[in-house]
Write a new protein. Structure first.
Length: 247
């Protein structure tokens, strides 16, 4: 076989085998797995990560990393790490089994009526069919009077999960810190609201970035606020007592 024929054979072999290998490596689409298991799926732009949530549990998944968080603990997944491909995250079959186990420990809530738990309400949130598109079109934030809390109001497509991530910039000499993640959802009019503690970022003068994100296809939006003294416009007599005279 001459070199030209050998080269043509290699090109044909690669074109017929590579797509099959890529498809085999992709695994299971995480957004579909989440919908099937009753998780709310949300993309976290600030962390380039995915959260899956249902009543009582939030799972944080980082593409390319075998470590994932289940509420406040970290686990290591079996098999290959999640991978991004064409705006979708793919996971291994063993990780799908682990997600199914976690879901079984946090079932949909049952509501008791008249002392008899005869009615079960699915509290898993909106289930998505197909791919949606749009954006978080508005995001307004304010500090609650007298508190280190942030009031969030926004608008996005209706009946979607919304993940709100708080990231603090404490100083130009210090790195950013992820303070918290909260999950809510838009109503039938596409509006959402949240009242979120700035803990542990109780630091006057620091910047807190608030990012609202949702499922793939929804453009995220970020707003910033500079934290003030909770009662900066209030004259508190105790503040005027010399420190050495304070009890």
């Amino acid at each position: 076989m001459n070199r030209l024929a050998l080269g043509a054979a290699l090109v044909i072999f690669a074109s017929t085998t590579v797509p099959a290998v890529v498809q085999a490596q992709e695994g299971y689409a995480l957004s579909k797995v989440a919908a099937d298991l009753g998780y709310k799926y949300a993309y976290l732009g600030p962390e380039d990560a995915i959260t899956l949530s249902r009543p009582g549990v939030t799972i944080l998944i980082r593409p390319g990393n075998v470590l994932f968080d289940v509420n406040d603990r970290t686990e290591s997944m079996q098999g290959s790490p999640p991978v991004f491909d064409l705006d979708e995250v793919y996971v291994s079959e063993s990780f799908v089994d682990r997600l199914r186990q976690i879901a079984a420990h946090y079932p949909a809530a049952a509501i008791t009526i008249g002392g008899t738990p005869s009615v079960v309400v699915d509290t898993r949130g909106p289930r998505l069919s197909g791919r949606v598109s749009g954006a978080v079109s508005s995001l307004a934030i304010a500090q609650a009077p007298g508190q280190f809390r942030i009031l969030v109001d926004g608008k996005a497509p209706a009946n979607l999960p919304i993940t709100i991530t708080l990231v603090q910039t404490p100083s130009k000499w210090l790195p950013d810190v992820v303070l918290s993640r909260s999950v809510t959802s838009t109503d039938a009019d596409g509006r959402f609201h949240a009242d979120i503690s700035a803990a542990p970022g109780w630091f006057t003068g620091s910047i807190i970035s608030v990012t609202a994100s949702s499922v793939p296809g929804i453009t995220t939006r970020t707003a910033q606020i500079v934290m003030k003294q909770p009662n900066e416009n209030v004259n508190v007599p105790a503040d005027n007592i010399p420190r050495e005279d304070q009890p």
